[in-house]
Design a protein around this ligand. Structure first.
Ligand code: FMN
Length: 139
Protein backbone atom coordinates (compact mmCIF):
# COMPACT_ATOMS: atom_id res chain seq x y z
CA UNK A 1 0.00 0.00 0.00
CA UNK A 2 1.32 3.44 -0.85
CA UNK A 3 1.27 6.03 1.92
CA UNK A 4 1.37 9.29 0.00
CA UNK A 5 2.18 12.42 1.95
CA UNK A 6 3.48 15.96 1.81
CA UNK A 7 5.16 17.52 4.82
CA UNK A 8 6.99 20.78 5.29
CA UNK A 9 8.37 20.37 8.80
CA UNK A 10 8.12 16.60 9.29
CA UNK A 11 4.93 16.25 11.35
CA UNK A 12 2.77 14.73 8.62
CA UNK A 13 5.78 12.66 7.59
CA UNK A 14 6.00 11.22 11.08
CA UNK A 15 2.30 10.35 10.90
CA UNK A 16 2.91 8.68 7.53
CA UNK A 17 5.72 6.58 9.00
CA UNK A 18 3.55 5.47 11.93
CA UNK A 19 0.63 4.66 9.62
CA UNK A 20 3.02 2.62 7.45
CA UNK A 21 4.11 0.77 10.59
CA UNK A 22 0.46 0.01 11.38
CA UNK A 23 -0.16 -1.23 7.84
CA UNK A 24 2.81 -3.60 8.16
CA UNK A 25 1.58 -4.75 11.58
CA UNK A 26 -1.76 -5.36 9.90
CA UNK A 27 -0.06 -7.74 7.49
CA UNK A 28 0.30 -5.60 4.33
CA UNK A 29 3.34 -4.07 2.73
CA UNK A 30 3.64 -0.30 3.05
CA UNK A 31 5.61 2.12 0.93
CA UNK A 32 6.11 5.79 1.77
CA UNK A 33 5.74 8.07 -1.25
CA UNK A 34 6.37 11.79 -1.08
CA UNK A 35 3.95 13.87 -3.08
CA UNK A 36 5.55 15.08 -6.26
CA UNK A 37 6.81 11.59 -7.07
CA UNK A 38 3.44 10.12 -7.98
CA UNK A 39 0.39 10.87 -10.10
CA UNK A 40 -3.16 9.58 -9.91
CA UNK A 41 -2.48 7.31 -12.89
CA UNK A 42 -0.02 5.34 -10.75
CA UNK A 43 -2.80 4.45 -8.33
CA UNK A 44 -5.12 2.35 -10.49
CA UNK A 45 -4.09 -0.88 -8.74
CA UNK A 46 -4.28 0.58 -5.25
CA UNK A 47 -7.20 -0.57 -3.14
CA UNK A 48 -6.96 2.54 -0.98
CA UNK A 49 -5.60 5.97 -1.77
CA UNK A 50 -3.81 7.01 1.42
CA UNK A 51 -3.07 10.71 1.52
CA UNK A 52 -1.47 12.87 4.19
CA UNK A 53 -1.23 16.65 4.17
CA UNK A 54 -0.76 19.39 6.76
CA UNK A 55 -2.98 22.46 7.05
CA UNK A 56 -1.58 25.29 4.99
CA UNK A 57 -2.69 28.74 3.86
CA UNK A 58 -5.85 29.50 5.80
CA UNK A 59 -7.30 26.02 6.29
CA UNK A 60 -6.12 25.22 2.79
CA UNK A 61 -3.83 22.74 1.09
CA UNK A 62 -0.27 23.53 0.09
CA UNK A 63 -0.59 24.95 -3.39
CA UNK A 64 2.32 23.61 -5.47
CA UNK A 65 2.01 19.86 -4.77
CA UNK A 66 -0.99 18.96 -2.62
CA UNK A 67 -3.68 21.13 -4.20
CA UNK A 68 -2.86 20.06 -7.80
CA UNK A 69 -2.75 16.39 -6.76
CA UNK A 70 -6.16 16.60 -5.06
CA UNK A 71 -7.51 18.45 -8.09
CA UNK A 72 -6.25 15.60 -10.30
CA UNK A 73 -8.40 13.11 -8.37
CA UNK A 74 -11.61 14.70 -9.63
CA UNK A 75 -13.39 12.33 -11.99
CA UNK A 76 -10.96 9.47 -11.24
CA UNK A 77 -11.90 8.10 -7.81
CA UNK A 78 -15.55 7.15 -8.14
CA UNK A 79 -16.17 4.36 -5.59
CA UNK A 80 -12.53 4.31 -4.51
CA UNK A 81 -11.54 4.14 -0.85
CA UNK A 82 -9.55 7.11 0.42
CA UNK A 83 -7.81 7.38 3.80
CA UNK A 84 -6.91 10.92 4.87
CA UNK A 85 -4.58 12.17 7.57
CA UNK A 86 -2.48 15.16 8.47
CA UNK A 87 -1.18 17.61 11.00
CA UNK A 88 -2.39 21.12 11.89
CA UNK A 89 -1.30 23.94 14.18
CA UNK A 90 -4.33 25.89 15.37
CA UNK A 91 -7.38 25.14 13.23
CA UNK A 92 -8.42 21.85 14.88
CA UNK A 93 -8.20 20.04 11.56
CA UNK A 94 -10.91 22.02 9.76
CA UNK A 95 -8.91 21.80 6.52
CA UNK A 96 -9.09 18.01 6.67
CA UNK A 97 -12.87 18.06 7.08
CA UNK A 98 -12.98 20.31 4.00
CA UNK A 99 -10.74 17.87 2.12
CA UNK A 100 -12.97 14.98 3.17
CA UNK A 101 -16.02 16.75 1.75
CA UNK A 102 -14.15 17.36 -1.47
CA UNK A 103 -13.10 13.73 -1.80
CA UNK A 104 -16.71 12.65 -1.19
CA UNK A 105 -17.90 15.07 -3.87
CA UNK A 106 -15.46 13.32 -6.25
CA UNK A 107 -17.16 10.00 -5.42
CA UNK A 108 -14.47 8.74 -3.05
CA UNK A 109 -15.35 6.64 -0.01
CA UNK A 110 -13.64 7.81 3.19
CA UNK A 111 -11.97 5.07 5.25
CA UNK A 112 -12.83 5.28 8.97
CA UNK A 113 -12.45 8.70 10.48
CA UNK A 114 -9.85 10.94 8.88
CA UNK A 115 -6.99 11.31 11.32
CA UNK A 116 -5.69 14.74 12.19
CA UNK A 117 -3.31 15.66 15.01
CA UNK A 118 -1.91 18.91 16.36
CA UNK A 119 1.74 19.45 15.30
CA UNK A 120 3.95 16.39 15.89
CA UNK A 121 2.19 13.13 16.81
CA UNK A 122 3.29 12.14 20.30
CA UNK A 123 2.05 9.60 22.86
CA UNK A 124 -1.62 8.80 22.30
CA UNK A 125 -1.53 10.39 18.87
CA UNK A 126 1.31 8.08 17.84
CA UNK A 127 -0.81 5.10 18.84
CA UNK A 128 -3.77 6.50 16.88
CA UNK A 129 -1.61 6.67 13.75
CA UNK A 130 -0.55 3.03 14.11
CA UNK A 131 -4.18 2.00 14.69
CA UNK A 132 -5.27 3.94 11.61
CA UNK A 133 -2.64 2.02 9.63
CA UNK A 134 -4.05 -1.27 10.87
CA UNK A 135 -7.55 -0.21 9.84
CA UNK A 136 -6.27 0.71 6.38
CA UNK A 137 -4.60 -2.70 6.07
CA UNK A 138 -8.00 -4.37 6.57
CA UNK A 139 -9.59 -2.61 3.59
C1 FMN B 1 2.39 28.60 5.71
C2 FMN B 1 1.70 27.84 6.81
C3 FMN B 1 0.32 27.89 6.88
C4 FMN B 1 -0.37 27.20 7.89
N1 FMN B 1 -1.73 27.27 7.94
C5 FMN B 1 -2.38 26.59 8.91
C6 FMN B 1 -3.79 26.65 9.00
O1 FMN B 1 -4.47 27.29 8.21
N2 FMN B 1 -4.39 25.97 10.01
C7 FMN B 1 -3.69 25.25 10.94
O2 FMN B 1 -4.30 24.64 11.81
N3 FMN B 1 -2.34 25.16 10.87
C8 FMN B 1 -1.67 25.80 9.88
N4 FMN B 1 -0.31 25.74 9.82
C9 FMN B 1 0.41 24.90 10.79
C10 FMN B 1 0.83 23.56 10.18
O3 FMN B 1 -0.26 22.93 9.56
C11 FMN B 1 1.39 22.67 11.30
O4 FMN B 1 2.56 23.25 11.84
C12 FMN B 1 1.69 21.26 10.84
O5 FMN B 1 2.07 20.48 11.96
C13 FMN B 1 2.78 21.21 9.78
O6 FMN B 1 2.89 19.90 9.33
P1 FMN B 1 4.18 19.38 8.56
O7 FMN B 1 5.31 19.32 9.58
O8 FMN B 1 3.81 18.03 8.07
O9 FMN B 1 4.47 20.34 7.47
C14 FMN B 1 0.38 26.43 8.83
C15 FMN B 1 1.78 26.40 8.76
C16 FMN B 1 2.44 27.09 7.76
C17 FMN B 1 3.94 27.03 7.69
Amino acid sequence: MKVIYWSQTGNTQKMAELIAKGIEEGGKKAELVELGNISVNDLNDEKVIILGSPASGTEELEETQVEPFVQSLEGKIQGKKVALFGSWGWGEGEYLTNLEERIKSYGGEIVGESLSVMESPEGEDEAKCVEFGKLIAQQ
